[in-house]
Design a protein around this ligand. Structure first.
Ligand SMILES: [Zn+2]
Length: 160
């Protein structure tokens, strides 16, 4: 006897303004035929990420674009993710909010929300839409670890 296979409903809401489909669609997965179906535990973690981080960001800045949410282990390898990437656990998302720079977005998160890790990635001052914000939430581990990757400003020393 095998357990019934868990089949996530991609249209299910994770919070008021976020649906699961936004966190599993991937151009790389589609192009390479990689299955990117999240297990139930991942969906539960994505709900926490939405409740504590992404929905508050949405409420403050308006629509949020998720460029990378859940990554199956195979997809994580395909996109060159860290072997311990929190994307594989449903704890992290890469986001942008079209109405605000990624610097301002990262700064606001660092000053207003609880999170595990926050990385301002490849933001270039003066280039409005440059870069993205990686943010993670993990129940029981909220380190407030703030980093910057790439050129531009360093938000590491800001209040955590
Ligand atoms: Zn990321």
């Amino acid at each position: 006897m095998s357990k019934p296979v868990y089949t996530p409903d991609l249209m299910q809401r994770l919070s008021k303004d976020f649906r699961l489909s936004e966190f599993v669609s991937s151009q790389t997965a589609a192009r390479r035929g990689i299955v990117n179906t999240p297990p139930e535990a991942v969906v539960d973690r994505l709900e926490l990420l939405c409740a504590h981080v992404l929905q508050p960001v949405r409420d403050r800045f308006g629509p949020v674009t998720v460029s990378s949410g859940y990554r199956s282990p195979e997809l994580n390898v395909a996109v060159g993710g860290s072997p311990s990437s929190q994307h594989m656990r449903g704890e992290a998302a890469d986001i942008e909010a079209p109405g605000v720079t990624n610097y301002a977005l990262a700064l606001w998160i660092s000053e207003n929300l609880a999170f595990d890790q926050l990385i301002l990635e490849h933001y270039t001052p003066g280039v409005f839409a440059s870069g993205w914000v990686h943010v993670s939430y993990r129940l029981g581990r909220l380190r407030r670890d703030v980093r910057t990757i790439g050129p531009g400003v360093n938000i590491s020393g800001l209040k955590a």
